[in-house]
Design a protein around this ligand. Structure first.
Ligand SMILES: [Fe+2]
Ligand SMILES: [Fe+2]
Length: 442
């Protein structure tokens, strides 16, 4: 709605009559009001010229009887130039019928008769002015609403774009962060594998022991449907389970456990606690350290170092104990019957040293990891020096240089190129471990 101030703004009024006296009289009358700006034309042509200049004329009052064109004709033309102006026809009684027709055609807002009563005429014009302002104000408000709607839509569009841009930025950062995290995790994992490689280099009796235990542990954990996070921890713990043996003397490594003296046995047993102590300094490895500590506990409580029993032993440590014992048994038998024999040997351990709940998981896991032993009894494992390598041999374990650089991954089938690379490396950075290879014998 228009407010009071809007209604008192100056309004342009055009008075049109060929009789100068009439326009003068009307002007005098309208001058009594302060808020009208009066324009006068004494012909329709002049009036149209004024309208062409003053497109915001609000009220037009025109005589009907004029020489060039009638008031109705003039107002019709005026309606094209200033469609919003309120058009009033001033007419004598004789022309009332024509005026009513003009009102019906929409050219004229209303008519006033001549001669007029000043008060009635002024009231009518004031009312017309008020109507004009109301319509104008209404248009202004509508335009404002439309403009604000436009602004709001643009603002919404910009906001949406900003949200999209920022989401894209966050996503990019997320991808970068994930990639950095992945690299960190990988390099952490590589560090753990290198540490495992260090122990294996010392323990000639069980080549690839840590890695073999780790692989079997994962196969068991998979059967037991552990989470990926648990699997990663278990894998690392299995790789590092014997890290405490790194300080063993060569003699202790070579002596069978059954032949150890009491002191030597104590030294051997210390490897579990030493292993935990060695990795406990790294916060990310503390959980793993607990599993390392307990990998020699027995299910019946007669193990070491803490004589934990049954479920009091962390499940990860119980799994490592199973895989550890199985892998040590496996290498005691000829390959063709190793899998079957090792499993049979373990039968007497369930419920004593090993958790009987893990029996099924071991049967499945061991067959999965060592399937090559079942597939072909013709496959044999040999230990060769770099000189003894031949094309077609398959590497049974990851191969590291003397200083711990990974040369070849387990499973690599040797070709001339790989053999040449290993031999060259052996001259520069010799490794003490022999190379275990799989051979298909005829
Ligand atoms: Fe151990
Ligand atoms: Fe072990």
């Amino acid at each position: 709605m228009a407010d009071a101030e809007d209604l008192t703004r100056e309004l342009k009024i055009l008075l049109v009559d060929d009789e100068v006296n009439i326009t003068k009289a009307l002007r005098r009358l309208l001058m009594t009001e302060d808020n009208y700006d009066i324009y006068i034309a004494n012909s329709a042509a002049d009036a149209l010229d004024i309208l062409a200049e003053e497109s915001d004329v609000g009220v037009i009052i025109s005589d009907q009887r004029m020489p060039e064109m009638t008031g109705v004709e003039f107002l019709q033309q005026a309606s094209k130039v200033t469609p919003d102006a309120i058009r009033i026809l001033l007419t004598g009684y004789a022309d009332i019928e024509a005026s009513i027709a003009a009102i019906n055609e929409g050219a004229v807002f209303r008519y006033l008769t001549k001669p007029w009563d000043d008060e009635t005429l002024l009231n009518s014009i004031n009312e017309a002015a008020k109507n004009y302002w109301l319509v104008e104000e209404n248009k202004r408000l509508n335009n404002l609403v439309l403009q604000q709607k436009d602004e709001l839509e643009q603002w919404n569009g910009r906001l949406k774009q900003r949200v999209l841009d920022q989401t894209a930025q966050i996503r990019t950062k997320g991808v970068e962060l994930a990639s950095t995290n992945k690299q960190l995790r990988e390099s952490f994992q590589e560090t753990i594998e290198s540490l495992a490689g260090l122990i294996e280099m010392r323990d000639h009796k069980a080549p690839g022991h840590s890695r073999n235990v780790a692989k079997l542990v994962i196969a068991i954990a998979k059967f037991m449907q552990f989470t990926d996070e648990d699997n990663t921890k278990l894998y690392s713990a299995a790789l590092l389970h014997d890290i405490g043996k790194i300080a063993f003397s060569d003699e202790l490594f070579e002596t069978p456990i059954s032949s150890l003296t009491t002191d030597e046995m104590q030294e051997y047993r210390n490897h579990a606690v030493r292993g935990q102590a060695a990795i406990n300094m790294v916060p990310a490895l503390q959980d793993i350290g607990v599993l390392v500590r307990h990998h020699h506990e027995r299910f019946d409580g007669r193990g070491f170092p803490d004589q934990l029993k049954g479920d009091a032993i962390p499940i990860g440590a119980r799994i490592i104990a199973v895989a550890d014992m199985f892998e040590r048994k496996l290498i005691e038998f000829p390959k063709a019957e190793a899998l079957k024999s090792a499993l049979e040997e373990l039968e007497q351990e369930w419920g004593k040293s090993l958790d009987p709940a893990l029996r099924q998981a071991l049967l499945v896991g061991a067959k999965e990891v060592h399937s090559y032993l079942e597939i072909s009894s013709k496959v044999t494992v040999s230990k060769v020096s770099p000189k003894g390598l031949e094309v077609g041999m398959q590497l049974q374990h990851d191969l590291f240089s003397g200083t711990g650089v990974l040369l070849l991954k387990q499973g690599t089938i040797f070709d001339e190129h790989a053999i040449g690379a290993v031999r060259r490396c052996f001259l520069i950075d010799p490794f003490v471990q022999e190379i275990s290879v799989l051979l298909e014998s005829n």
